[in-house]
Design a protein around this ligand. Structure first.
Ligand code: HQG
Length: 204
């Protein structure tokens, strides 16, 4: 889903076309999963110098032309989701990490209600053991049903939406973190805070 106000990245005139989706995927891989494959080291908050990331991606190669910091900023500012944050010349992934980082996520008070979109085939297990981070460090939740549908659909099969009583979960000690405008994170969410909803939760 493309967020309002985030137009497609513009290509530099006259230069070979760079695939910004490929660049975004390479950035996610480096900043969420395998920084060592690019020869970079992330700080405890998950950040690395913008120039360091750019140089490492250029060393890796495979681009139609040399990447510039402006290319990386195009993905940060105009990518289809707010996946990355840049501050003081450093870039980090806002969510999605599989690697453990001590300070990647800052605890925050969540909205009263959050949603989780997933595939129906995971439902029995989720209602049994709760939402678990699985291959990532935290569970990913959505602020609105539309976003949750989009997240759930990625997994194929029938999409189901779970409603999370985040207010009660937070009150009772579950830790939440803010990812971006539409994404919240949690360590794990026991099944007692989940309801299958809305009323027909198994529409395609
Ligand atoms: C499921 C994308 C069985 C869970 C998205 C999910 C998101 C369980 C899957 C972000 C379970 C993990 C994350 C349990 C959870 N038993 N299955 N107890 N607990 N699951 O991809 O939330 O485009 O790691 O329901 O938009 O789908 O990459 O998590 O289906 O924001 O920026 O295990 O990734 O963002 O799948 O997606 P994922 P997710 P990007």
């Amino acid at each position: 889903m493309r967020r309002g106000g985030r137009p497609m990245p513009e290509q530099l005139e006259g230069a070979p076309k760079l695939n910004y989706v490929s660049l975004s995927k390479a950035m996610s891989k480096a900043l969420r999963h395998q920084p060592e494959r690019l020869g970079i080291r992330l700080a405890p908050d998950g950040s690395v110098g913008l120039d360091e990331l750019m140089n490492a991606l250029n060393r890796r190669g495979g681009w139609p032309r040399a990447l510039t910091e402006a290319d990386i900023m195009q993905v940060v500012e105009h990518g289809s989701k707010q996946r990355f944050a840049v501050e003081d010349g450093r870039i980090r992934a806002r969510y999605g990490h599989s690697i453990a980082l001590d300070e990647a996520y800052v605890p925050a008070e969540p909205p009263a209600v959050l949603y989780h979109g997933t595939s129906q085939r995971f439902l029995d297990s989720i209602l049994d053991e709760g939402l678990l981070p699985m291959d990532r460090q935290v569970v990913h939740l959505s602020t609105d049903v539309e976003t949750a549908w989009a997240v759930g659909r990625r997994h194929g099969g029938k999409t189901v939406i779970l409603t999370v009583d985040a207010e009660r979960a937070a009150r009772e000690g579950i830790q939440f973190y803010c990812g971006n405008d539409s994404t919240w994170l949690a360590d794990r969410v026991p099944a007692r805070y989940l309801t299958l909803g809305q009323e027909t939760a198994t529409q395609e």
